[in-house]
Write a protein of this length. Structure first.
Length: 293
């Protein structure tokens, strides 16, 4: 922790909440700055952000920076900013390996200030090198572009019940399952991606699950698995592997060079499935920690 005297020296500078930099979802409230001998020793922005998509904005911290060797100053501004939130309100602090080369220092600062990891996600990258992909001939595949959204909604709602993803697990119980699924699809099943949203069922029409693949934002050559799920009564048969391979085939048909999959590290079955189907956690710098205090 930073010494209380150092926290007391932190200056709060109000910011215009409408001043949002391109690509940022943070609505700034104030910048917290600590100066030493006329130079900035550390700074962080406090504001509101959509930490969980489609959900009410939460208090969040972003753009933490500090002068070389001034980890104490970084702890002071982070503490002061977190303390400015209303009582009982959680404050979130995301740390990304893809964005920050010093992410280990950022995590240590957060933990020293009383933040705890709410969720950690790993990024698995699959490269399309023309390799053979197992064909799931025993399953019937239908795209959203051919059958519409409606058949996906009850399947997604049932698959997400008891989800092992901690973010979805927090927000999912706030809705009726089918309402959550419908709202999710409104935001994520874009018209241009509906050919690679796939509904899976047995040859006799028994639903198995689904997978949704979309173009990765900001990268025209990469796809991302948006959401994937197997119905509870169908688990234990490695249908998830077939869903992942179907996602890779769908990405290949659309001309993508690879597929990124983001997995909560405590979702051990999905972590294992990604490794079995060729996902490489070391091929991409994508790894994210979401801290909360």
């Amino acid at each position: 922790m930073a010494p209380p005297s150092l926290v007391d020296e932190v200056r709060r500078i109000p910011l215009d909440s409408s001043d949002v930099p391109p690509g940022s979802t943070l609505q700034p409230i104030a910048r917290f700055v600590l100066e030493h001998e006329g130079a900035q020793a550390a700074s962080v922005v406090f504001g509101r952000a959509e930490i969980f998509e489609r959900e009410p904005v939460e208090y969040a911290l972003a753009r933490l920076s500090w002068a070389e060797g001034r980890l104490d100053a970084a702890r002071a501004v982070l503490t002061a900013a977190a303390q400015s939130a209303p009582d009982e309100s959680p404050v979130y602090f995301p740390v990304s390996a893809a964005v920050s080369g010093n992410h280990a220092d950022r995590r240590a600062i957060a933990e020293a200030c009383g933040f705890q990891v709410f969720q950690e996600k790993e990024g698995f990258w699959w490269t399309d090198a023309g390799q053979n992909l197992p064909d799931s001939r025993d399953l019937r595949w239908q795209s959203m572009s051919s059958i519409g959204r409606d058949p996906f909604i009850p399947v997604i709602g049932r698959c997400l019940t008891g989800t092992l993803d901690r973010g979805d697990g927090l927000t999912f119980p706030r809705y009726r399952p089918e309402d959550w699924a419908e709202e999710f699809l409104k935001h994520h099943a874009k018209p241009g991606d509906q050919e690679s949203w796939l509904h899976a069922e047995t040859a006799d029409g028994e639903p198995i699950g689904f997978v949704g693949v979309a173009r990765r934002e900001g990268d025209a050559e990469a796809a991302i698995i948006v959401l994937i799920g197997v119905l509870p009564e169908q688990r234990g048969h490695r249908y998830v592997d077939q869903l992942i391979y179907a996602a890779y085939r769908a990405a290949r048909r659309r001309g993508f060079k690879g597929v990124l999959s983001l997995v909560d590290v405590e979702n051990h079955p999905m972590m294992a499935a990604m490794r079995r189907t060729g996902g490489d956690p070391g091929a991409s710098p994508w790894h994210k920690w979401l801290y909360v205090r």
